[in-house]
Design a binder for this molecule. Structure first.
Ligand SMILES: Cc1cc2nc3c(=O)[nH]c(=O)nc-3n(C[C@H](O)[C@H](O)[C@H](O)COP(=O)(O)O)c2cc1C
Length: 348
């Protein structure tokens, strides 16, 4: 209530010129809180909703609830303890790249408040795998599952993409419970081409083999799961190809979906470049999850993401067959209350 009536209007007004400013204020606050156990406790008391009926186990990992934060919010893993204290059941950090990069020119996030939507063209601004890993080594890690999303650095030529992803995987391995190969952001030139069958096959084979190699060296029974995140703009034929590759290469789950290049659902036409997220993409993301789950028939878990704004959307994703869900844009528009609301409804 407080978020929607006071905090959000104030933050949106103060960041009208560049909505990304609001993101950095929130991130700074959460990163600060992450360093103080007492503050984390207070955040937990205000936000956490627990119920044994919400617990899930996947890939041998225990999720206290099935609602996660989607990739892109905490790109550098600066505020994971505070984000966990807000009540999420798991977090996807990143997308991180091998090389530190500034991303696209600002402003690069546009709000469409009437539709609870955003267009972003961030382009993976992040500190790079080395710096991120060095910092994480000094920080306490939250106890919920953490996935690290990895992507291709802008400066890396397409032919060297696999080595680029592998570098980040190796660096972030000590801090990840699972990895997501992000091949679906529309804001890195050529990235989405990695969703085509042959390059996807080569990339995912290399990533899975690397996790197996790491597990073998460490004497672990099980390699860490590698997941792949896909765009909502794929045709059914392309989704079939992704499924084939995932099943043959030992990928352990599919995250659907990233942002869309389509502009359906916006009231006014726009020339803004980037990926659209939020309410307008829900129907499309849900359709992709439904199709995936039907084709997979339980052979791989699917994480549903895209325009989930409340309990009804969440239920629809689970009814479609999603094992877990993630949110991003509704977290911006509704605040942390949305996580609690969904968990409370799911626990009934
Ligand atoms: C500002 C912004 C930045 C994002 N950055 C990333 C990213 O770095 N990696 C990623 O996998 N997805 C990224 N996404 C996509 C989200 O993780 C999510 O897949 C998408 O927004 C759809 O979910 P939503 O409608 O709940 O936001 C980003 C989304 C937004 C709005």
């Amino acid at each position: 209530m407080l978020f929607r009536t006071v905090i959000r209007p104030a933050m949106f007004r103060l960041s009208a010129q560049d909505p990304e400013n609001a993101h950095h204020w929130v991130m700074n606050g959460l990163a600060f809180a992450s360093r103080y156990p007492l503050l984390l406790k207070l955040i937990k008391v205000a936000n956490m909703y627990r119920s044994p009926s919400l617990e899930r186990t996947l890939w041998g990992l225990r999720f206290p609830n099935p609602i996660g934060l989607a990739g892109g919010f905490d790109k550098n893993g600066l505020a994971l303890p505070a984000l966990a204290a807000l009540g999420f059941g798991f977090l996807e950090a990143g997308t991180a790249t091998r090389y530190k990069q500034p991303g696209n020119e600002r402003p690069r996030i546009v709000r469409f408040s009437a539709e609870s939507a955003l267009i972003n063209r961030m382009g993976f601004p992040n500190d790079g795998a080395d710096e991120i890993a060095a910092r994480l080594a000094q920080q306490p890690q939250p106890v919920i599952p953490i996935g690290w999303s990895i992507g291709k650095s802008k400066v890396t030529p397409q032919e060297e993409a696999i080595e680029d992803y592998l570098y980040s995987l190796r660096k972030l391995n000590p801090f990840a419970d699972f990895f997501t190969a992000n091949v679906s952001s529309p804001n890195t030139p050529g990235l989405r081409k990695l969703q085509d069958k042959q390059p996807l096959d080569q990339l995912l084979q290399a990533l899975v083999e690397e996790t197996e190699h790491i597990a073998q060296q460490a004497g672990d029974q099980q390699a860490k799961p590698v997941l792949v995140k896909i765009a909502p703009d794929l045709t059914e034929g392309q989704i079939d190809d992704v499924i084939d590759v995932c099943l043959s290469r030992g990928v352990r789950g599919i995250i659907a979906t990233n942002t869309t290049l389509a502009r359906d659902g916006l009231r006014e036409s726009t020339t803004e470049i980037g990926g659209l997220s939020g309410r307008p993409i829900h129907a499309r993301s849900l359709g992709v999850v439904q199709y995936l789950c039907k084709q997979l028939d339980g052979r791989l878990p699917v994480i549903g993401v895209g325009g989930i704004s409340g309990p009804d959307d969440a239920m629809r994703m689970f009814d479609a067959g999603a094992s877990l869900i993630q949110i991003y844009t509704s977290f911006i528009y509704e605040g942390p209350e949305v996580v609690k609301k969904m968990n409370r409804a799911l626990a009934l």
